[in-house]
Design a protein around this ligand. Structure first.
Ligand SMILES: [Fe+2]
Length: 335
């Protein structure tokens, strides 16, 4: 081998090393509406440990990230959108911000009712929005369904979050899909007739129940779990609504791959990992949510509340009937 050829070999070898180096620096960029509210995601760190793929997270609330993705168009650095509420994921998909993923692993890990029927987003954690009650002033036997919160016995005793918040829009939207508009409107009328105290925040609703401002309300399970984990004597408990009928309303936080993802293969790997039992355990435990993968189990705080029958309607209903839900709340005088 002459010197020149040897030199070329060395150059080729160095180039090879550089390419390997580049491959090792693979990364996934996430826009996450969970990061600001729900603390660090150990599952993302575990993914990097397992695959060597770096995860870069940019936080913001759901609507900020939606607007950012839309404004950036094909220039977006984001590969994955992680957000809360199926209604938000549905909106992102409808706006063309998410792309379809074909992954047998995701289909196997995420139950069909917790993902987009068209494969553009997948639930990663599940939360129930159920009746919360004062353990001091209410007996569980007095409770049954969401509908029954319109019973006159709850007059002046009911706390609700404002209807404009997406958790409630999704809740009403699902109810519309289940029961139709006339029946849903009748139910909301019942709540409104009880003069609900409107409070902007699930945690604030739980605190209001605890201090006696109201006796019953609706909130997502993880907000109560967060409090109870620190203070087991907190005098509020969940009641699993509609167990004899449609089941308790559930929603998800979840993710989709952006339409202009630059690191698509790594992004698919990330979603597959996040839906695996191993990551589901971390993902759910971190914020006291229910895993979507039935092979992972809820944290001890949730396990103490027992199993419940969840409404098995596809959570996409939250998006499909979102506009109808907003109009209905207006008509019924639910602010
Ligand atoms: Fe939340």
């Amino acid at each position: 081998m002459n010197a020149m050829r040897a030199g070329r070999y060395v150059a080729a070898a160095l180039l090879g090393l550089a390419l390997v180096g580049q491959a090792q620096a693979a990364e996934v960029v996430i826009y996450s509406a969970r990061s600001s509210q729900y603390g660090p995601e150990t599952a993302f760190e575990a993914f990097t440990k397992k695959t060597g793929i770096q995860v870069k997270t940019f936080g913001g609330n759901s609507s900020e990230l939606f607007e950012r993705l839309r404004a950036e168009g094909d220039k977006t650095p984001a590969d994955v959108l992680v957000t809360v509420d199926a209604g938000n994921l549905w909106n992102a998909a409808r706006a063309g911000l998410l792309s379809k993923v074909d992954s047998p692993e995701l289909l196997a890990n995420v139950p069909a009712n917790l993902r987009d029927p068209e494969g553009r987003w997948f639930g990663l954690t599940m939360r129930a929005r159920t009746i919360m009650y004062s353990t001091k002033r209410v007996k569980a036997e007095e409770l049954s369904t969401y509908e029954a919160l319109g019973d006159p016995k709850w007059k002046g005793r009911l706390c609700l979050r404002t209807s404009t918040y997406i958790y409630n829009q999704s809740f009403l939207a699902t109810m519309i899909k289940r029961l139709g508009e006339p029946k849903t409107e009748q139910i909301v009328h019942g709540w409104v007739a009880n003069g609900p105290i409107l409070i902007n925040g699930d945690t604030k609703i739980l605190e209001a129940i605890a201090v006696g401002q109201c006796d019953v309300g609706l909130a997502n399970t993880y907000y109560l779990a967060r409090i109870v984990a620190k203070d087991p004597s907190f005098p509020v408990a969940p009641f699993w609504a509609n167990q004899q009928t449609t089941g308790t309303h559930i929603n998800i936080s979840g993710a989709g791959i952006t339409a202009h993802a630059k690191n698509r293969a790594s992004a698919v790997k990330l979603l597959e990992f996040l839906s695996s039992p191993e990551a589901q355990q971390m993902f759910a435990d971190g914020n006291f949510e229910y895993p979507v993968n039935p092979h992972a189990s809820p944290s001890p705080v949730l396990a103490r509340w027992g199993k419940f029958k969840a409404d098995d309607i596809n959570v996409a209903a939250a998006g499909e009937f979102q506009a109808a839900a907003t109009r209905l709340a207006d008509r019924a005088g639910y602010k």
